[in-house]
Design a binder for this molecule. Structure first.
Ligand code: G3H
Ligand code: ZN
Length: 271
């Protein structure tokens, strides 16, 4: 069932649980993710970056692919199609027109005034049916030598009536070098703004970190790298063992079990 996930996010917040966002790259990944989430009876947000959209053929292709799989695989769990790190209003509008149910506009690298202004413009086009996520602070980088968001900026951005806020709390995309340094005091403070919070860059974080984040108001958790690492390792092993194989279906599918295993593990940490 395609949904914007609003109700599920509010329920998760009430029950101190989180909903996973798993990023998709192609038909097979989308199918494997939907199958595993259905098996686990877990609502899922399919995150699609602009580069993945381009890779897959375009905004309409992504929406029709997901709708087709939901129908053919008889998927009954709530599923949302989410533009991940939308870079411009233009891209967000293309996603809305194609049928995405949830949009992230990432203006975190701009000054606060621009982030607020463009987020407000998006909300005008998206609400009430489509969810809007905004990012604040330097996720995976630094602003004024800090890798943490400014609390006052969060307060201002939340006034735009966004549905979800993704703050920089020491999280980063990709592989963490050493131990992640998440600022739980900052997260606790931001949580008092009473807005559903998103954790980007969840790959590589410990079970304990994830648990603590959920306790402190994180309701949407984004995973990509850990899925890619597990899938790629399994496929490389398969190719090494089956040097003569040339059927792309067998090669791509050889990462299925590894991918589904990580998905299951992640889901079990969220509830
Ligand atoms: O927006 C996507 C995520 O934040 C994924 O981060 O690749 O570190 O898991 P990750
Ligand atoms: Zn992200």
């Amino acid at each position: 069932m395609l949904t914007n996930m609003k109700q599920e996010i509010l329920n998760a917040k009430k029950n101190k649980q989180a909903i996973p966002q798993f990023n998709i790259n192609n038909l097979e990944w989308t199918k494997f993710i939907l199958e595993e989430c259905q098996k686990e009876n877990c609502p899922v947000i399919l995150g699609v970056s602009e580069s993945a959209i381009e890779y897959m053929g375009g905004y309409n292709t992504v929406v029709n692919l997901v709708k087709g799989l939901i129908k053919d695989l008889k998927i009954t769990i709530p599923v949302s199609i989410h533009l991940d790190h939308g870079s411009s209003l233009e891209s967000c509008i293309k996603a809305i027109t194609a049928g995405f149910t949830s949009i992230m506009l990432d203006k975190s690298k701009e000054i606060l005034e621009i982030n607020i202004k463009e987020t407000e413009q998006l909300i005008e086009k998206a609400h009430p049916n489509i969810l809007v996520e905004a990012e604040i602070g330097p996720i995976g980088t630094t602003i004024n030598n800090s890798k943490y968001t400014n609390f006052e900026d969060c307060k201002e951005l939340v006034k735009t009536k966004i549905d979800l806020l993704a703050p920089a709390i020491g999280n980063k995309h990709g592989i963490y070098e050493g131990q992640a340094e998440l600022d739980y005091n900052l997260l606790e403070k931001i949580n008092k703004l009473d807005i559903p919070l998103v954790l980007h860059g969840a790959s590589g974080l410990s079970k304990e970190d994830i648990k603590k984040c959920i306790e402190l108001g994180i309701v949407k958790i984004n995973y990509n790298t850990d899925l890619q690492l597990a899938w790629a390792e399994a496929v490389k092993k398969y190719i090494n063992k089956n040097k003569e194989e040339y059927d792309p279906r067998k090669i791509i599918k050889s990462g299925e079990i590894a991918l589904k295993t990580v998905i299951k593990e992640k889901i079990n940490q969220l509830r």
